[in-house]
Every structure is written in structure tokens, then in C-alpha cells.
Design a protein around this ligand. Structure first.
Ligand code: A2P
Length: 287
């Protein structure tokens, strides 16, 4: 790839400056180093990068990340930070789109490569945007799981709520794997138990569903909410209640609109940082 920082010392001191080596390599602004890359399916991967010392964020927020485009200008997209606010590294979970301007290139990063990361976190999937409640729902489709990977490792999630329900709907079983493994690792993580409190993970209820491949629970979460299946499966009486239930939603635009309508039917209102209410929504990055 043509986007890496070049080792200038090698260029100027070790090699004779020929016309070819004298060409100025592009220097990445806000560069961070890739530390780990994991490919989950042909269309999904996750990666970790170094965290700028100055970066403070709230679990659930997103930042702009990217690479230098062919025209030498930064090509950036919004990505939810999948790691919690206390972590030393920054983790991201991404789709691979073969003709996507950014992800067609980003999917090829390797440890040691550099990416651009603008250290200005923002977003509405934060605890501050919700009024106090007892039960917190995370509704995700596809890579919309990312902000919840952060919030599921955030101590405040368990300080503020008695129960945390994470639903994840994907087309195929393999697309659930990142989330499934993350939740499993959270349940076994002794360091997290020490940080958050012994037994915290017992509050997590994981509800994965698939729509295009056979799995133990099939169907769009929207339909399973509307026909009451989710509540029957989880033993929840009375459905979603505005006085106790809070929700965060992250998926495609169509998904977000459908869930919003369902939550509003249950009497919940959409909140924001400046005006906390009962649910908040963010669109997952695609492309
Ligand atoms: P479906 O297979 O029925 O379209 P996508 O890959 O298109 O972003 O979808 C990810 C998952 O989200 C799929 O399981 C898909 O189901 C589901 N999904 C997409 N749109 C909606 C929606 N409007 N409401 C509920 N689920 C949706």
C-alpha cells in the first residue's frame, strides 16, 4: 500500500538518493500503528491500533479513522470504538466491501502498518444520554455490535443496571462469532471481574439471531419483539417498560428506524447527550 510512513533515515542515510528514492513519501496525519488484525469472515474483520496518549473517550463513542486515498487526501469514515474507555489499545470491528472506497483497502492492513485516527470522539450511544433505569437493551445488527463491545466492558454499564440484554441479528451464523467470542471472553476475564466486580457478567443476557442461515434462534429481532418471542424466551413479563427499560440501538438505517418505531410504541422516547431519555440510536458504518 502507498500509505505508510516511510522510514526517512533509511532513505536519506543508507541509500544513495536516486530519482526514485528522492520522491517524497506521503506522511500520515494523526497516524496510529496497527497492532493486531483478525479476519472473522470474508466480509468482517477486527483490528487493534495504538491509542494516542491524549485520546479520552466515553465507551460507546466513535471516531473518524481511515487511510490516505489515491489522491493523497485522507479517506475517513466513522467507526465506533469497540474497546472500552479504560483500555490501552483501540479496537475496531469492520465490514469489508470489495468496492468500498475505504474498506477495500483497510481490509489489507497488517500489524506495523499505520492508519489515520482523528482523536475527536463523539456519539450518542453513551450512558449520559439515558435516564436512570434498571434494564438496559443493546440492539445490534452486523457491525453495529461494535459500540456494545465497548459498553459491555465498561464498569458503568453494571453500576447503572441490574440486567443487560444484548441482541445481535446477522444473516449468517459466522457473522455472530466476533460478538459471541467477546461475550465468552468477558465472562471468563478475571481482570474484568476485579475491575467491575465479581459476578458482573451474570447480568449479561445474550440473544443472537440469524435471518438467512439455520441457528437456534432465527428471525429479525424486530419481528421477535413484535410477536413477543424475545420476552417469552427471556422470561420478561410486560415487555419493554418506559419506567425501567433503556435501550441503545446500532445497525443499518432501515433497522434503526424499525426499532425506533417499536421502542416508541412501548412508550420510550429518543434521547441525546443534551437531553437524556429512554433510548438512543446510532447508524453502524457501512462501505
Ligand atoms: P435480513 O436477512 O432479513 O435482511 P445487513 O447485512 O443487510 O445489514 O443485515 C444484517 C442483519 O440485519 C440481517 O440479519 C438482516 O436481516 C437484519 N436486518 C436488516 N434490516 C433490518 C430491519 N429493517 N429490521 C430488522 N432487521 C433487519
Amino acid at each position: 500500500m502507498s500509505v505508510y510512513l516511510t522510514d526517512c533515515e533509511t532513505m536519506t542515510e543508507m541509500k544513495p538518493v536516486t530519482e526514485a528514492t528522492a520522491v517524497k513519501a506521503p506522511v500520515l496525519p494523526d497516524a496510529q500503528t496497527v497492532q493486531e488484525v483478525k479476519h472473522w469472515t470474508d466480509s468482517l474483520f477486527s483490528f487493534k491500533v495504538s491509542r494516542p496518549a491524549s485520546l479520552r473517550f466515553r465507551s460507546g463513542e466513535f471516531v473518524m479513522i481511515g487511510l490516505l486515498g489515491d489522491n493523497g487526501k485522507p479517506l475517513l469514515r466513522a467507526y465506533s470504538i469497540a474497546s472500552p474507555s479504560w483500555d490501552e489499545e483501540l479496537e475496531f470491528y469492520s465490514i469489508k466491501v470489495q468496492d468500498g472506497p475505504l474498506t477495500s483497502k483497510l481490509q489489507h492492513i497488517k500489524p506495523g502498518d499505520q492508519i489515520i485516527l482523528r482523536p475527536k470522539p463523539v456519539g450518542t450511544l453513551v450512558h449520559d444520554a439515558l435516564l436512570p433505569g434498571k434494564r438496559l437493551w443493546f440492539f445490534a445488527t452486523g457491525t453495529g455490535f461494535a459500540p456494545f463491545a465497548s459498553l459491555l466492558r465498561e464498569p458503568q454499564t453494571y453500576e447503572d443496571y441490574d440486567e443487560v440484554i444484548i441482541t445481535h441479528t446477522c444473516r449468517e451464523v459466522a457473522e455472530l462469532e466476533y460478538g459471541r467470542q467477546l461475550i465468552e471472553s468477558i465472562r471468563q476475564d478475571e481482570m474484568l471481574a476485579e475491575l467491575i466486580g465479581e459476578g458482573f457478567a451474570d447480568k449479561i443476557r445474550y440473544y443472537p439471531t440469524t435471518t438467512r442461515e439455520e441457528s437456534p434462534k432465527m428471525g429479525r429481532i424486530t419481528n421477535l419483539l413484535k410477536d413477543g418471542t424475545v420476552f417469552a424466551d427471556l422470561g420478561i413479563e410486560g415487555g419493554i417498560q418506559p419506567d425501567t427499560d433503556r435501550a441503545m440501538v446500532c445497525g443499518s438505517l432501515a433497522f434503526n428506524l424499525d426499532i425506533k418505531a417499536i421502542l416508541e410504541e412501548f412508550g420510550l422516547r429518543e434521547g441525546a447527550n443534551s437531553e437524556p431519555k429512554e433510548f438512543v440510536i446510532e447508524k453502524a458504518f457501512v462501505g
